[in-house]
Write a protein that binds this ligand. Structure first.
Ligand code: NAI
Length: 780
């Protein structure tokens, strides 16, 4: 284009960023790469080409890791871990700082290489991906520095296997590597097969920073290499970002292995526009929500919900803006939309849109460059909530849209998805926005803005968008474990059949406790409970699958508990403590009779203490206000997880029940508890305490029966949001496997004992809450 033409058309002239430096770097490396293991690059082996999706040109040849290579990487990480951890937080902080500095120094090279490899506009890699990656290392240098002082009870997990996707290659690496290293872990990371190059350049940065060998290891290859990492017996933790489908496979594959797991998966995030919104800003926001990175963003605002009175006007403005988006050479600094990552992804997007017959499809009026993986910005209006494209992640530059009439309907539509990653709300009425934000099933909510990220604000989802947070204080728990040593837990058997006379001649067949009422078990079966001396103490029902379902339904009906105030929940917990205290002697006697020990009184007193402590925290376990680098704040709100199913400790019949119930309901959760399997009568006696303490029906539901039979139905139930197990029969594997269906959070003991007398309640509060970050910018 000549200067005259530019002046005539007033169009942007081309402003290409030079690829020379990045291409030279590739040539200098010989265009063929091995892995980065134990501080050095291995010789290249058989593998595959990495291509520029904008042109189809081969950029480099990569090696598909073999089993031996993965073993070598894990062994190097294991050898390095102890020393790296012992270096101490301040020692590690210096390396993280050095990496951040080097990333900054080589920012341009990283940005160009990222754009060449991924197809994203240089404007984005230069202004978003690379600066945020640097920020993550700076931020976590600080976390390393503070670890010993601020997290004195936590230590590194060990060797972390990290598998990342292709949409933000270096940024996802930074999100995973920085917190892991800060907390004293070592890593084996696998970049996505489409976008490996910046991870290899990062290896070089680790070398330049003098990072001790083995602390960071990068192995390359496809999903088969990912599977090897997931299945490796000497890895302590897996962190994965990618598709929900693969996340589910990883959940199943790691079940029962004892590996810690965090999953950051897909989304179909709502973008809600109210009639009083600044519509032009909301249109501009959508450019960032769905055309940023070609829509290949897990938290993309891909589902537009627009208030009916302004829908037509808004769609018109949107189509007009879409036609002005500049699509083309990603290295051109004037480009808004670049290339989709790979022909495979392009085909998936094209097929999904072509296969849709619902609504009206509008493709932006833009010319598609030839030869590369380009797809036009697309809007599909008039869809019904159940239409496939309203429910399934397209992961491309395609926005789907429907309308709503009331704020209530907006929330309902927004939450009508199996995902829960992010949500955006546009309205000039801040009261409305802040009223709606807590009601949205999402880990992140942006008000009058979208796709804002920062290392200080945790990121992650609820529901099938995965579990765990990345960034912020909350992200550190994914890379640490408690220092306290645990002991192995042996199965606690029931007392043998005594054959003695009943201690009380009246029939003492307890029932289940469902929806605030005592209920007979669906199967109609019960079993006797004997004392150590052989006396019959009573019968307890044997609950089954149907009883689990009834209990979950009762808990679902008690959803209002989540909206009660901490003050109210504290009052009820104090009342429970008071009523338990009034009957302390009776409970102590019952515990002694069942267990044949003399610890009943101590257990009752500890249970009362537990209720008091949970009551104390109910109105104090506050969120935070993060100082994020925008004119505004990110409000980190603690929310209840939802419905928690728990197998209570066998060895502590009352304290094991109260120890779970108290923190869970203090945070606004509802519970379905399976009482101590061998000693269930303290739980069934507890119904009366619940009945007299103003606990609303359905908030606490108690089942009795074999844990082994109740574990899988609880873990597989799609209405249950989290499952905890403190059972003495180690059911961890069964629970983790069955939980893969809706990817519920699990907290299981892996056969390790909990010291109920000394247990830190804050660990329970943490497990009983999710953090939601609500970003609220200031100003006009
Ligand atoms: P993917 O989930 O297959 O790939 C992500 C990473 O997982 C890659 O490094 C891949 O090699 C690895 N992987 C694949 N199979 C594995 C296995 N069985 N075990 C361990 N690791 C494995 O994603 P893919 O196929 O590239 O994209 C498909 C769809 O996934 C996209 O269209 C999009 O809907 C979604 N996706 C979501 C992302 C997110 O950020 N939430 C990122 C990438 C993809």
């Amino acid at each position: 284009m000549t200067v005259k033409e530019i002046l005539d058309t007033m169009d942007y002239g081309p402003a290409p960023e030079s690829a020379a430096e990045a291409l030279t770097w590739l040539v200098d490396q010989g265009d063929r790469f091995g892995h980065f293991i134990d501080g050095a690059f291995t010789a290249p082996g058989p593998g595959f080409d990495s291509r520029n999706p904008a042109t189809g040109e081969v950029l480099a040849t990569l090696t598909q890791a073999s089993g031996e290579e993965v073993n070598a990487a894990v062994a190097a990480a294991r050898r390095a871990q102890h020393k790296w951890e012992r270096l101490g937080g301040p020692g590690r902080a210096r390396y993280l700082y050095a990496i951040a500095r080097l990333l900054q120094k080589h920012a341009r090279l990283f940005a160009v290489l990222e754009t060449l490899d991924n197809g994203k506009p240089i404007r984005e890699s230069r202004d978003i991906d690379i600066p945020l990656a640097q920020r993550h290392f700076y931020y976590h240098a600080g976390m390393a520095q503070l670890m010993e002082a601020e997290l004195p009870d936590r230590q590194a997990i060990g060797v972390c296997g990290q598998i990342i996707p292709w949409n933000f290659p270096l940024l996802m690496l930074a999100w995973k590597v920085a917190p892991a290293l800060a907390m004293g872990n070592t890593v084996v990371l696998k970049p996505a097969e489409y976008t490996t190059l910046t991870a290899l350049l990062f290896s070089d940065i680790c070398r330049q920073a003098g990072l001790p060998k083995g602390v960071v290891n990068i192995v390359t290859g496809d999903g088969a290499v990912g599977e090897m990492i997931v299945g490796h017996p000497d890895i302590d933790k897996i962190a994965f970002t990618g598709s929900t489908e693969v996340g589910r496979k990883i959940r199943a594959a790691t079940a029962g292995s004892g590996k810690a797991l965090t999953l950051e998966l897909g989304g179909k995030s709502p973008y809600i526009v109210f009639d009083d919104a600044d519509l032009d800003s909301a249109v501009e926001g959508l450019v960032d929500a769905i055309w940023f990175n070609q829509g290949q963003v897990c938290c993309a605002g891909s589902r537009l919900l627009v208030h009916e009175p302004v829908a037509e006007r808004f769609h018109d403005k949107l189509r007009e803006r879409m036609d002005k988006l500049r699509l083309g050479d990603p290295l051109d600094k004037c480009i808004d939309v670049g290339a989709v990552v790979d022909p495979v992804q392009l085909k998936t997007i094209s097929d999904m849109v072509a296969g849709n017959t619902a609504g009206q499809t509008y493709h932006a009026d833009v010319a598609l460059p030839e030869g590369g993986c380009f797809y036009p910005p697309t809007l599909i209006t008039g869809l019904a909530p159940s239409d496939r494209l309203m429910q399934e992640e397209i992961f491309g530059p395609v926005l789907v849209s429907t309308t709503f009439r009331t704020p209530g309907e907006a929330v309902q539509l927004a939450n009508n998805t199996r995902y829960g990653l992010a949500a955006t709300v546009w309205t000039e009425n801040l009261n409305l926005a802040l009223d709606i934000a807590p009601m949205l099933a999402a880990g992140v909510v942006w008000v009058n803005a979208t796709n804002l990220f920062d290392a200080a604000a945790g990121f992650g989802g609820v529901r099938e968008s995965g579990f765990g947070r990345e960034g912020g204080w909350e992200g550190l728990s994914a890379y640490t474990r408690p220092k306290a040593r645990t002991k192995a837990l042996s199965p606690v058997p029931p007392m043998p059949e005594g054959g003695g006379a009943p201690a009380d001649p009246l029939d003492r067949t307890a029932k289940l406790y469902i929806g605030g009422k005592q209920a007979r078990p669906d199967g109609g079966y019960s079993r006797p409970v004997w004392s150590k001396s052989g006396a019959l103490l009573g019968h307890v029902p044997i609950a089954g699958r149907k009883d689990v379902r009834n209990a979950v339904e009762a808990a679902q009906a008690a959803a209002g508990w989540a909206g009660t105030s901490g003050h109210l929940r504290a009052q009820i917990l104090y009342y429970l403590a008071e009523n338990l205290s009034a009957r302390a002697g009776e409970f102590a006697h019952r515990i002694d009779a069942m267990t044949g020990r003399r610890g009943g009184e101590k257990e009752v007193q500890a249970s009362i203490q537990r209720l008091f402590t949970a009551a104390a925290w109910a109105d104090k376990y506050d969120g935070q206000v993060h100082g994020v680098p925008i004119r505004g704040v990110a409000l980190a709100m603690k929310e209840p997880v939802g419905i928690i199913g728990a197998l209570c400790a066998d060895e502590a019949p009352l304290l094991g029940l109260v120890g779970v119930l108290a923190p869970a309901i203090a945070m606004g959760n509802r519970v379905v508890l399976a009482a101590s399997d061998p000693f269930p009568l303290a739980a069934t006696d507890f119904y009366q305490v619940l009945d007299t303490s103003d606990v609303p029906a359905g908030v606490v539901n108690i089942l009795t029966g074999p844990h082994a039979d109740l574990a899988a139905p609880l873990a597989a139930h799609l209405g249950v949001d989290a499952v905890w197990s403190f059972s003495s029969s180690d059911l961890s594997g069964a629970i983790e496997r069955a939980s893969a269906g809706n990817l519920k959070r699990t907290w299981v003991n892996h056969g390790q004992a909990t010291d109920w007398q000394a247990a830190d309640l804050r660990r329970f509060l943490e497990a009983a809450t999710e953090v939601k970050n609500i970003w609220v910018p200031y100003g006009e």
